[in-house]
Design a binder for this molecule. Structure first.
Ligand code: ZN
Length: 312
């Protein structure tokens, strides 16, 4: 179909979706779905399709595909305010996940409050209502098994909607290899250890100096450290990834985190604390310019995701 037609349908959907009335809830979804019905599903980037849908697909919970290439049916919302957590940046509508992930966040919130001197969790992005790729941020978070948790403890009051949008998180690092000692506390180490110790958790991502600090801090059984992996852009939050819940073959686990030394505190950490991962990629000046990879479309996702994003 013509691109102008698609754009018109898309923008009408966006305008309808922002109408703040009781009627808007159903109008929103109808408009988004109507827009989808006229969209060229073959060529439209999948992030535009998944980013436009505001409600989950009311079927059984299934994480379909892999963390960075998949979608989600039967998503459950993490309540934006719970006894020991609050969801942040709620305008993004990314507090959806596989019910197993929602339960894990609720459990971590309770356990950390009880045992880790941690007042409560501020929860960042989880997934979109039907998972899938996002218009902004995150390669993963597509199948409802990833969640970002802030290193800033929950305040003793319920944050307003505006505060949830604008509240600035505390940065835990000064640069790529230096921890911010003015901000870091042992309670943060305990919180990560609690999360990493759950059997359902597959990986936790943190900025490299945080892993270095945990390696120094941990005593006794240090096997949980293997799950805590250094990675870019985890300076004010850590990222929890859980394994595929049992019983659905269409969900693809990653190979288990298994650093050679059993903790990742040796060679792997040294690599991340060094310059190599941060160096700009060298290119041959005589080489042809590289074409940017085309945006992921539905064809790049598991076949079931087409039904997930187009179903009413
Ligand atoms: Zn994340």
């Amino acid at each position: 179909m013509q691109i102008s037609k698609f754009l018109a349908a898309f923008f009408i959907a966006i305008i309808l979706m922002s109408a703040p009335s009781a009627f808007a809830q159903s109008a929103k979804d109808q408009a988004a779905l109507a827009a989808l019905a006229t969209v060229d599903l073959k060529h439209t980037p999948a992030k535009k399709l998944f980013g436009a849908i505001k409600r989950p697909l009311d079927l059984s919970a299934r994480s379909i595909g892999s963390y960075a290439k998949g979608c989600l049916s039967g998503a459950k919302a993490l309540p934006v305010t719970g006894p020991a957590w609050q969801a942040m940046r709620t305008s993004r509508n990314r507090n959806w996940a596989n019910p197993a992930m929602v339960s894990l966040i609720e459990k971590l919130a309770r356990d950390a409050k009880q045992n880790d001197d941690w007042n409560g969790l501020l929860v960042g992005d989880m997934s979109q209502p039907r998972g899938g790729p996002m218009l902004t941020g995150h390669a993963s978070h597509q199948i409802g098994l990833d969640a970002d948790v802030w290193f800033t403890p929950m305040p003793d009051r319920i944050l307003t909607v505006a505060e949830r949008e604008n509240f600035a998180p505390i940065e835990m690092v000064k640069d790529r290899s230096t921890l911010n000692r003015d901000a870091w506390t042992e309670s943060r180490a305990k919180l990560i250890k609690t999360a990493a110790s759950y059997p359902e958790v597959a990986r936790i991502f943190v900025h490299p100096p945080i892993k270095a600090e945990l390696c120094k801090w941990a005593t006794g059984d240090r096997s949980w450290l293997a799950k805590v992996r250094p990675y870019y852009n985890h300076t004010y939050h850590f990222h929890i990834r859980i394994k595929c819940p049992p019983g659905f073959a269409g969900c693809k686990n990653q190979a288990p985190a298994a650093p050679k030394d059993g903790t990742g505190c040796g060679e792997e950490l040294a690599y991340w604390m060094g310059p190599i991962p941060w160096a700009p990629k060298k290119r041959d000046p005589n080489a042809k310019p590289v074409k940017p990879a085309p945006a992921l479309t539905l064809a790049g996702l598991p076949a079931e995701c087409r039904a997930v994003v187009t179903a009413p």
